[in-house]
Design a binder for this molecule. Structure first.
Ligand code: SF4
Length: 156
């Protein structure tokens, strides 16, 4: 296996894409990814430390006391890979931009939040799914829905 003959590549953040390409052709990729889920460092089965940190963040619930720590880890790992702005972190992680911006800068506005929630509702997501997707807690989602409903009523 290439990871055994060239282990440095698999633990070098600047070579993760190269390592993941090797993993893609490895017959052990699925089992390796599962085995590496709890690993802090290295590419395992094509998954990078940032991929795994994002998965851990997504697995936390809004009420979880681990959520802030999980998100901080995502931001730190993204920064180590040159993704420092909310837009860069969102693009690198697949997390919703406004959720990232909110957590990194508190820069979202109600109008921006409502637009995002409205879009996800139109896509058919439940309120719980919207919360998981955006990182907003349940009360934030409910309040956004109320604002959207009120605005629609006033426009009618
Ligand atoms: S999938 Fe696992 S075993 Fe295969 S090359 Fe990647 S790290 Fe090595």
């Amino acid at each position: 296996m290439s990871c055994q003959s060239n282990p440095d590549m698999f633990f070098d953040p600047t070579r993760e894409a190269e390592a993941a390409t090797v993993c893609a052709g490895c017959p052990l990729v699925d089992g390796c990814r599962i085995k590496g889920q709890a690993e802090e460092y290295g590419v395992w089965g094509g998954s990078t430390p940032l991929d795994r940190a994002v998965a851990r963040f997504k697995a936390t619930t809004p009420a979880s006391r681990f959520r802030v720590h999980a998100f901080t880890t995502v931001v730190e790992l993204a920064a180590e890979r040159g993704h420092e702005t909310p837009a860069q972190v969102a693009a690198a992680t697949g997390l919703a931009y406004w959720a990232v911006a909110k957590r990194m800068e508190g820069s979202h506005t109600y109008a921006e939040m409502d637009a995002e929630v409205s879009t996800l509702r139109a896509d058919g997501l439940t309120l719980a799914e919207i919360g998981r997707r955006t990182g907003y807690d349940r009360n934030q989602v409910y309040r956004a829905v109320n604002r959207i409903t009120q605005a629609a009523g006033m426009a009618a």
